[in-house]
Design a protein around this ligand. Sequence first.
Ligand code: KG4
Ligand code: ZN
Length: 375
Amino acid sequence: MVPSLAAQAHSARIGSVINSVINTAALDFKDLSAIAVTKGPGLAGCLAVGLQAAKDIVRLHKNLSLVAVNHMEGHALVPRLDNPSISFPFLTLLISGGHTQLVVCKQVGDYAMLGDSLDDAVGECIDKVARALNLPFRGGGGRAIESFAAIGVVSDEFELQVPLKHTKNCDFSFSGLKSACLNLLAKHPDITTNDTKKANFAATFQHTITLHLSDRVRRGARWCRLNIPQVKHLVLSGGVACNKAIRAALDNVAASEGLLLCAPPPALCTDNGVMIAWAGIENLLAQKGLVTDLDSLRFVPRWPLDSSGTDYFPGTHMLHNKTKWEKSAAQTKAAIAEGDKRPHLFFSLARDLSRLQNYSEALNICNEGLSVREI
Ligand code: KG4
Ligand code: ZN
């Protein structure tokens, strides 16, 4: 297949960035052992471009191995680059624009997902509220929320509720808080125009988020004490981990639960190439993630760190997701049965069925989707 002009332009641009990095580091490709590349999760377009560039390099330089890395694994492992005393197993809170997850890193490639967001990610919620507050948005709204919060006072007047206060597990939820903020700001536009009110609102919003994260992490730390007492560190990573107020609150939680908080410097918290390179090194040393067949390597837009299906807190995100997928599968099945034969319905049903681990039915539906497309 001939790559499109846009794809060729992307490849050329990426090639020149990679070459300039190699030159700046005064290295040559023959000095390297491997190339690490993000296989997922993420946006298909971005993953495809990165994967293609990595494959091109490895095809050209036969001495190189290729290591496929999970983006969230990059966030989880990069704190070990700066701080080798963080040893497995450790507890990690991954807070970014796309994810909010509480994970026990047992070993490279072996992760236990204690909690996950049932809806929006924390960074997504922060960014939406920052936009509604008309805050400067360079690199996401989190930095601006933090600056305004620093000069504001936490206030009850906004009546923001801590999410999932009575849910006894480690899951997160941010869509309710986001909607409450957006509704309030729509009803009281003076908050966005008066700097004092804006600062107080930002402080209260950030405080509410901090209480939610702290509550979940405390529960996770206690679970570790009972189930994996070797856990000594709480690692904080992802773009939202740049936030000093959140770091300070989690430092207190960690200390009161007998753990040591470790968070990488901000440049390694937000998305960066170093974290993927580092996760590549960790995988290579553990003999994991090595790609043996370049042609069959594909990106994976959704790639959970823990696919074991273990429900550590019965009734958690596992059950929540299961119910969601069952409902969506039933709706799609009904639409197909009523005569809607658009191919994407078959593919979406197949995806839900495979998430429900009903692989044989998923394969049949997928084949049906392919035959419908050919007609
Ligand atoms: O990890 P990241 O760079 O990208 C993703 O993988 O999503 O995280 C980006 C998120 C954005 O939502 C951004 O607003 C947030 O990190 N962020 C912050 C701060 N700096 C970046 N959130 C709160 N406080 C900050 N100082
Ligand atoms: Zn990220």
